[in-house]
Structures are given as C-alpha cells and as structure tokens.
Design a protein around this ligand. Sequence first.
Ligand SMILES: Nc1ncnc2c1ncn2[C@@H]1O[C@H](COP(=O)(O)OC(=O)CCCC[C@@H]2CCSS2)[C@@H](O)[C@H]1O
Length: 373
Amino acid sequence: MLIPFSVKNCFQLLCNHKVPAAGFKNTAKNGLILQSISNDIYQNLAVEDWIHDHINLDGKPILFFWRNSPSVVIGRHQNPWQECNLNQMREEGIKLARRKSGGGTVYHDMGNINLTFFTTKNKYDRMKNLKLIVQALNSVQPQLDVQATKRFDLILDGQYKISGTASKIGRTAAYHHCTLLCSTDGASLTSFLKSPYQGIKSNATASIPAVVKNLLEKDPTLTCEVLMNAVAESYATYHQIDSHINLINPTDETLFPGIKSKAKELQTWEWIYGKTPKFSVNTSFNVLYEQSCVEIKVFIDIKNGRIEMCNIEAPDHWLPLEVCDILCSGFIGSKFCPIETTLMTNMLLKTYPEDYELHSKWNILCEKMKGIM
Ligand SMILES: Nc1ncnc2c1ncn2[C@@H]1O[C@H](COP(=O)(O)OC(=O)CCCC[C@@H]2CCSS2)[C@@H](O)[C@H]1O
C-alpha cells in the first residue's frame, strides 16, 4: 500500500538536525520504506545523497525504491567516453549521470527498479540485502533460479545478470544500491553502453559487461509493481516494520531542506564530465576533400574534462602547420565537449576572414574533432 502522508512525521523524527538527540519518540520504529514519485535521475540521486548526509540510521534502516526515465549512470571513478555512446545519447535525449558510489555503468529506464538500502556503516551488509531480494523473488515465483554472486550481481538461470550493485560508505552512514531488471529496453541498454570512441588511454574504473535479462521475460506476472511490493514485504518482515511504501517527492524542500541544490550540482558539467580521471586520446581520422583523402592524427590529454595538451597532425599541403598550431592552442583549457569546440573554432575563424578554403577545411576538421567528444 502506498501512503504519501505519514512519511513526513517519520522522516522529520529521523533527521539529525531537526530533533534533539534525546527524548524523541521515533515513529519510524525499526525502519522505513520509501518510494520516489520522481523519475528524474538527478533528483533521485539527490535523495540518496540527502538521506546519507542528514538521517540518523541507527536502529532505523531505510529501503528506498526509485525508477528513472532513460538514463545512463556511470560510477564515481569512470570515464563516460570510455563507457557509453555520448553522441547517440545526446541525439536521443538520454541523460547521463555520475553517481557518488563506485563501480560500473548501467542503463536505467522505467523497466529498471533501483533499490537503496541505507544503514549505519556497522550494519552495512550487501549479501544480506541481496538475499532478501532473492527471497522476495522466490516468494512470488518459487521456480525462479536467482543467485547472488561473489561480486554482488544477481544472476538468473546461472548466466543472466538481472541486478548490479554499488555502494557508498561514509563516516557513520552507508548505502548499498542495486538495480533490478524487470522490463528494460535491452536494445537501448546494449547500444548506449557501447563506446564508439577509439584510442582512449585511462586508469578509470572499467565496467564489466554481462549478458542481461529482464525478469518479465522469464515470467510475465513479474511487473515492477509486483517486484517492489514483494521486496517491501520481505524487508518489512525482516525488520518487523510496516510494509507500507511511503511516497516521497524529491523536490519537497520542507521534507529535504537543501535537496534542490544537491540535484542541481549532480547535473553540472563539472560533476558529470569534469570528475573524469585524467585520460588521453590518441586517434586518427580520414577526411575527404576535393576527391582526395587525407589522414589526420590527433593526440589529446584531458584533465578534469578539459583539454590540457593537444596535437593535431595534418599534411602540411592540406592545412599548414601554423594553422594547426593555432587550432591546438585554441583547444588548450577548453572543455572536451562539442558545444565548446563549436564556439571556440567559430571565434578562431574570425581571425581568417575571407579565406574560404581554410574555413571549409577547418570546419571539416572540427566536425571530426567533435565526433570524438
Ligand atoms: N540496469 C542494469 N541492471 C543490471 N545490469 C545492467 C544494467 N545496465 C547494464 N547492465 C549490465 O551490467 C554491466 C556493468 O556491470 P558492472 O558490474 O561494471 O557495474 C554495475 O553493475 C554497477 C551497478 C550500479 C548500480 C547502481 C544502483 C543505483 S544507481 S546505479 C553493463 O555493461 C551491462 O552489461
């Protein structure tokens, strides 16, 4: 059952900053089950962040259910160019988010359930949480063969991944969050998580690709709603709490003071791209110009998402060295980003008015450069 009202009281009593340390009656008793009414990845990640930072979880763990509109979610220490098809995502309006937890890249849509288990650091136990999910799945479909692996994936029929795990451990609080594939679009998952970018060298965490499957494909009765209710039941039974799923609104500043600024920060270029560990790109492309094909080589170092070093090698007869150097200097310090490249190159071109051949070659080159960003 879903009740949006009572959560406010439970929640405010759980907040460290709202209630004196002693003497309050905790109406949340031994725990709380929440579900977001938002499908926005940034707002939902902000809820996780907010609960982690503000709630006293001692003796009062929280289970949080949330789903998102199509998004790709990378781990804290990952490189988005290495992990996904950014050009295709931009074209199709797929959001990219960087989460605070480590681990690999996953695809979310409304057919994917996210579950966050908040506890104190001492009570943090990923295997226990996964076993609870397995038990919930078996309670609705006893024939399902689902197992937790050593790397905290859940696998169906000994081979198909249905859940991936990541976690964040703070000073006193911790959370373990995982996905559960119910009816996600498999073609989108595969295509957005395939990087077309060549020649990237980096020490960023690499994802571990797996063959995935939806639970709904195995059993058409296993809808997201059925799955969430089943996990809520198992969680409530285990913690001896009410199995009500309390709806929360991640934009409610009275419930979560300061949450909007958290969501905003999670959407910034500086967080999503700028936090990418230092990397380099060593690649080349062929350009066709007046029936001849020329090879252009590029070497770029990127730090905090910005170009730190750039070297473009084109045949001198096609683009004079001096022009190449001006272009490279323009790239230094600019974001490794197609929009910024357009702005920067348009500005630079103004220094060569009326040289139409140069403009044309320069534009061809810049389009190719934008293609690797
Ligand atoms: N939604 C989803 N669920 C399960 N597996 C997925 C999903 N999307 C992609 N994949 C597969 O997992 C690998 C990456 O596996 P890898 O093990 O590298 O990474 C993970 O599993 C991370 C899980 C993060 C869970 C968080 C919970 C809330 S916000 S995101 C990818 O290449 C695909 O093959």
